[in-house]
Design a binder for this molecule. Structure first.
Ligand code: PGA
Length: 243
């Protein structure tokens, strides 16, 4: 199964226009069992997007974050129970933009567990900074981010989707080179395979319609998590055509 996931982040997206442009440029009847398309809008757009029949039938909905706590006195937070009410299928966790706001590896693990308990698939982001890459410590760093999940025997990592997103490639307009993507994803697969798991790993970071065919040819890659290029329905449709 391949995945194409849109991360709309905190952008204002007109979902009607988006849908129109997407439909004009992509024959959604061609979405089959081997490609899953997921849109992750802001919390305030979840209901509106989930209600559109097109999305209901063909495209799945994801959230961009979730609380690790149960419903209760947590001002400004959204629980997994809230997400379940909207029929949300996926949720991004550990995005670097959230880690920059203080989300720790342990928070990520707790969120993943909560999501799995509600049968919502976590999309777990991981990736190194430029500084770490320059110090040639990428593998050590990636392992430190993922070890939290690996070591927890109660957590089925095969029920998660992982997204390798090197920080230095996010929102920069230039994606990571194929060799870096291959090396990092192969390394993570190798580590996880020791535990007999078959892992879904996506790539994220400046994916667009032009670079997506080449990146899709990377070893072991199962698709993309797309930020900027997912904000325009036409551009996103053109990426979908490359699967
Ligand atoms: P980008 O964002 O495609 O704009 O680089 C990707 C992401 O942050 O998930």
């Amino acid at each position: 199964m391949k995945f194409l996931i849109a991360n709309w982040k905190m952008n204002l997206v007109d979902s009607d226009n988006w849908l129109l442009a997407f439909n004009e440029n992509f024959d959604n009847s061609s979405i089959n069992n081997s490609l899953e398309i997921v849109i992750c809008p802001s919390f305030t757009q979840l209901a509106e997007v989930a209600q559109k029949s097109f999305f209901k039938n063909k495209i799945k909905i994801g959230a961009q974050n979730v609380s690790e706590n149960p419903p209760g006195p947590y001002t400004g937070e959204i629980s997994t129970e809230h997400l379940s009410q909207f029929g949300i299928n996926y949720c991004i966790v550990g995005h670097s933009e959230r880690r920059a706001l203080g989300e720790s590896n342990s928070d990520v693990k707790n969120k993943v567990k909560k999501l799995l308990s509600k049968k919502i698939t976590p999309i777990v982001c991981f990736g190194e900074s430029l500084e770490i890459q320059e110090k040639r410590e990428t593998e050590k760093f990636l392992l430190s981010q993922l070890d939290y999940l690996l070591k927890d025997k109660d957590l089925d990592i095969n029920k998660c989707i992982f997204a390798y997103e090197p920080l230095w490639a996010i929102g920069k307009g230039v994606a990571a080179d194929l060799q870096t993507i291959n090396t990092s994803i192969s390394y993570v697969k190798k580590v996880f395979d020791k535990n007999n798991s078959s892992l879904t790993v996506l790539y994220g970071g400046s994916v667009n319609k032009d670079n997506s065919p080449e990146i899709l040819s990377a070893d072991h890659i199962s698709g993309f998590l797309v930020g900027n290029s997912s904000l325009d329905g036409k551009e996103f449709a053109n990426i979908a055509k490359n699967f």
